[in-house]
Design a protein around this ligand. Structure first.
Ligand code: ZN
Length: 503
């Protein structure tokens, strides 16, 4: 590599690292906001976060940065991975430049007031109090779609923000399969005798639950020298580089499920972050593929592993040791069944792995119509309730258990929900491949050995950072495109065995 190109790459690297450091500092402040910050600091913290975000945005949209990228893009002198970084940074730059700073400011202000109004509206169970702010947010998102540009559907522009390449055209056949095939599995489950999950609903002391989750996270391979777990109202994962990845969990002393699934789910996200190449910190190749692939990692640990019998063969005796009085009369098999109770419910985040996808489908259908302009904020409660009746057969009793339950719309995260389902479908497909590659994988889980699983994920997914798109990665790992029939078949097989109906 000649000297001027090397210098230029260093300039690029330095700017990207400065932006990454600002973003990491902001992420640390945001983590603190959700975990330990005293409540009076909310306003000033919002200002601190917006200052840091603005500084990072300025660095990555500056003229010097643009000309550096342009010159490096023309060079034939770079190494392969360097060229990949430049290609992806150029993509990011082109996207960032589509937003005038006035739009960025308007969006930031709107999401802050929309979020505040959602908090109040939800606590008072009053949709009307949220409606004007939401309508404003919807029109901003339409504006955003126009700024980003799209070929067919305005929703495509928003979907692409979270899952590169995702479009209505790609999602329609996926959700059609859900609509066509999941109800028959659900019907068979509903006609079988119900599962008793009473063992989850006892008193479990907070400290013992937390201690158990730490044992699980350690076994999964979470590195506590490069991360930690704390409590927050809404569990999440954040990262300031692979050497410092934070997860949060929540605890309900009368229901073991809350902490258990939060810790394992966020643990899966965290393992991905800890596995990203540290040498590429701040560069595109040091970042994750997409939100859908991130979700595939959390769902793989949560559903494919954590809701599996081999996992509980190992962990149930350890859980019993923490809660001898509550669990002495139960078995690993009873625990396994309780983990897999399927029953239509109102709240997405508490749904089982079958009905979950109807919750996502409902939001997908509503968002699509909102972006088309065939639905407006005022129509949402009625449309929401109709769809819950249609797909899950349940009546929504109140706004807070219905249309006001998710934070996403108040943040302006339209197009995010489908990645939850895509993540589950990718997880099923990756897991099937892992079982082919490592035939005794599940035997190893039953003796508490999870390192071959993590090693497989590190090698196939984590080490590549953002180099491949979700679709490319899926093809590279499994030889085919995303194939939802793998998920559907595995659900049918699993629940036929649990509920005792023919496959
Ligand atoms: Zn997640």
């Amino acid at each position: 590599m000649n000297k001027s190109i090397r210098d230029l790459y260093e300039t690029y690297n330095k700017t990207a690292l400065q932006a990454a450091d600002l973003n990491s500092a902001a992420a640390l402040l945001a983590w603190d906001q959700e975990t330990y910050m005293p409540p009076k600091s909310a306003t000033i913290r919002g200002q601190q976060l917006s200052t840091l975000a603005g500084m990072a945005h300025d660095l990555l949209t500056s003229k010097t940065y643009a000309s550096t990228l342009l010159a490096l893009g023309k060079s034939n002198d770079l190494e392969v991975l360097q060229m990949e970084n430049i290609r992806l940074s150029k993509e990011d730059y082109d996207k960032n430049k589509k937003f005038p700073s006035t739009f960025v400011e308007r969006m930031m202000k709107a999401s802050s007031s929309c979020f505040q109004s959602w908090i109040v509206a939800r606590s008072k169970n009053d949709f009307k109090a949220f409606e004007p702010e939401l309508e404003k947010m919807i029109s901003l998102k339409k504006e955003q779609a126009e700024l980003l540009g799209y070929e067919i559907h305005p929703y495509d522009a928003l979907l692409d923000e979270y899952e590169k390449g995702a479009t209505v055209g790609m999602l329609e056949p996926v959700f059609k399969e859900i609509k066509d095939k999941l109800p028959s599995i659900l019907n068979k489950i509903n006609s079988a005798s119900p599962i008793d999950d009473a063992l989850f609903h006892q008193h479990f002391a907070k400290e013992n639950q937390f201690a158990f989750s730490v044992e699980v996270l350690r076994a999964m391979g979470f590195d506590f020298a490069a991360g930690r777990q704390d409590y927050s109202a809404h569990p999440f994962t954040t990262s300031f580089g692979p050497a410092d990845v934070r997860i949060t969990t929540r605890v309900d002393e009368d229901n073991l499920a809350s902490l258990l699934w939060s810790s394992i789910h966020e643990g899966g996200h965290a393992l991905y972050e800890q596995g990203l190449p540290e040498s590429e910190y701040g560069m595109p190749l040091g970042s994750y593929t997409s939100i859908g692939i991130h979700e595939s990692q959390s769902r793989l640990w949560e559903n494919e592993i954590g809701r599996g019998l081999p996992f509980w063969k190992h962990f149930f005796p350890l859980l019993q040791a923490h809660f001898p009085d509550q669990l002495k009369a139960s078995s690993a098999m009873e625990m396994y069944k309780a983990c897999n109770k399927v029953s239509p419910s109102l709240i997405r985040t508490e749904a089982d792995e079958i009905t979950y996808h109807f919750h996502v489908l409902i939001r997908y259908e509503l968002e699509k119509q909102l972006m088309e302009g065939t639905l407006h904020a005022a129509d949402l409660p009625h449309a929401w309730n109709e769809l819950y009746k249609k797909y899950l057969g349940i009546t929504v009793p109140s706004f807070d258990k219905g249309v006001l339950q998710d934070v996403h719309w108040s943040h302006g995260s339209f197009g995010y929900f489908p990645t939850y389902s895509l993540g589950s479908f990718y997880a099923a497909q990756f897991y099937e491949q892992a079982l082919l590659d490592i035939p005794d994988l599940e035997n190893q889980f039953s003796i508490g050995t999870f390192s071959p699983m993590l090693g497989w994920l590190r090698e196939r997914i984590h080490q590549h950072g953002r180099r491949y798109t979700s679709e490319e990665l899926c093809k590279k790992i499994t030889g085919t495109d995303l194939d939802i029939s793998i998920f559907l078949n595995s659900m049918n097989k699993k629940y036929a065995a649990i509920y005792g109906f023919p496959v």
